[in-house]
Design a protein around this ligand. Structure first.
Ligand code: GLN
Length: 495
């Protein structure tokens, strides 16, 4: 990667102050990088005009007003399921291919208010359903790790925020926003060798994020360093009148220390996360991190989260139920795609939805409506809600009492990035169930989690671990993650 495009927020700000580069020239370099890496298909829309204008505004604040903002001249990508005024927001779906919102998502509005420069909207699995960024009407996103344009052996980027992960890991922008309902920020971050933070549910506003599962969705942060993730979180977190599910308490800025003292930090290793199909290399990386934290005088403890085994099934039922109700708004009448042939209102709905959605979305709508039928409601939906509570209680129990742990350490994914051609051999639904094993419980409990790259596999691909903590423990998680980051010194991508 070009050195310039791998800068952190702190480094780029120093460079601006030293006038070695200006925000407009950095924005130009980032746009060039987007072009150079276009084969990776990270972007659905490149917002060249906006990026240039945002760069000019930042430059003025830097050098003329002498009052710069925390993210001035920081290039960002936004997953294409966050609404952006006058910029199409497609959800990588035929249904919203021509949808141009009239308002900005709060996350984007806050990033702009902090001075960030939007480079583009990033690719995703249609409506954020998936774990590979393979199901987009714009085609799959390719993982830059191990990518060689001369052969077909490229790896998936992970998903569903694969475009955002690739935009950051390949150096097109400093940070990107993804969404995380069952792991969609942490999974692609892990497979692309970057940091992926899923904040506590309600800490960051969902206003303007096109919903997948309202009770689990959170905007996620993707950066190359832990410190950058904290800087972005500081700009976007906090109550929002436009989202009644945001936590009402004022958000306290997170500060990170360089030499965080790990002594007596209690770290739990949940035994249920040793699961079938997890590669030995992942287990080794996980053990390696536990050992190095122990050397830092942390207390490592085996713990149990007994309901983990039912978690995937519960997630899948609740996900489909909420999808079924969320997708009902796409009826071909108000906005989005409308099928041409219309005989009756019902036929219009049916035709619009069969043409506007892919198989994955349609299957989830069918599944959800089945679970919600009067005769099935108690058997599936209510039962899954009860189990969700038990899964959430498992976490509460390990974070409470005399024997408590402060955080949990687990792998993020079960393997390094699969080859696209292997991934496509399996059914998307099975893949999601498999790939989300370690990530989705945190969404069901609403707790924060962060994925950090650790080392390279024998295929020279990133392997990552995940830290999870109690609600609003972001500062602790980020401090531990930063400590791990400084010890493991994960390499930046060379290409
Ligand atoms: N793979 C999961 C799913 O398809 C997660 C999606 C997400 O987090 N957006 O439901």
């Amino acid at each position: 990667m070009n050195k310039i495009t791998s800068y952190t927020i702190k480094e780029i700000h120093k460079i601006y102050r030293d006038k070695l580069l200006t925000p407009t020239s950095f924005v130009d370099l980032s746009l060039q990088r987007v072009k150079q890496t276009s084969e990776l298909n990270a972007f659905v829309t490149v917002t060249e005009k906006e990026a240039e204008n945002h760069g000019i505004e930042s430059e003025k604040r830097f050098y003329i007003d002498k009052k710069s903002l925390p993210l001035d001249g920081v290039t960002i990508g936004l997953k294409d399921n966050f609404c952006t005024r006058n910029i199409t927001t497609t959800c990588a779906s035929e249904m919203l291919k021509n949808f141009t919102p009239t308002y900005d998502a709060t996350v984007y509005a806050r990033l702009r208010a902090a001075g960030a420069c939007l480079i583009g909207k990033c690719n995703l699995d249609e409506f954020a359903m998936g774990a590979g960024t393979i199901d987009s009407i714009f085609g799959p996103t390719r993982n830059p790790w191990g990518y060689n344009k001369d052969n077909d052996n490229w790896r998936i980027a992970g998903g569903s925020s694969g475009g955002s992960a690739v935009a950051v890991s390949s150096g097109s922008c400093i940070a990107a926003i993804g969404s995380d309902t069952g792991g969609s920020t942490r999974n692609p971050a892990a497979l692309c060798g970057i940091v992926g933070l899923k904040p506590t549910y309600g800490l960051v506003s969902r206003y303007g994020l096109i919903p997948l599962v309202n009770s689990m969705d959170v905007p996620g942060i993707m950066t190359r360093t832990v410190t950058d993730a904290a800087s972005i979180l500081n700009c976007i977190a906090g109550p929002d009148l436009l989202d009644s599910t945001t936590i009402k308490k004022e958000f306290n800025y997170i500060t990170l220390t360089d030499d965080f003292d790990m002594s007596n930090v209690r770290i739990g290793i949940p035994k249920e996360y040793h699961c079938e199909g997890m590669s030995q290399e992942v287990i080794n990386a996980w053990r390696h991190v536990a050992d190095l934290l122990e050397k830092e005088r942390a207390v490592i403890k085996s713990v149990s989260l007994p309901h983990t085994s039912v978690s995937i099934a519960v997630y899948s039922i609740l996900n489909q139920c909420e999808v079924a109700s969320n997708m009902a708004r796409y009826d071909g009448l108000e906005y989005g795609f409308r099928a041409q042939e219309e005989y009756s209102t019902e036929e219009l709905y049916a035709s619009t939805r069969s043409k506007g959605f892919n198989d994955v979305v349609r299957c989830r709508i069918f599944g959800g409506n089945y679970f919600l039928l009067t005769r099935n409601y108690d058997k599936y939906f209510i039962k899954a809600q009860k189990l969700r509570r038990l899964i959430s209680n498992d976490f509460k129990m390990v974070f409470q009492g005399d024997n408590h742990v402060d955080v949990l350490l687990t792998p993020t994914t079960l393997s390094d990035a699969p080859l696209y051609k292997d991934f496509m051999l399996k059914h998307n639904r099975d893949q999601c169930a498999f790939q989300d094993y370690c990530t989705q419980p945190a969404n069901m409990a609403g707790i924060p989690a962060i994925s950090i790259p650790i080392c390279l596999s024998k295929n020279n691909l990133p392997l990552s671990v995940q830290l999870m903590g109690p609600c609003l423990s972001e500062e602790l998680l980020l401090n531990i993650a930063k400590r791990i980051e400084s010890i493991v010194k994960f390499p930046t991508l060379n290409s």
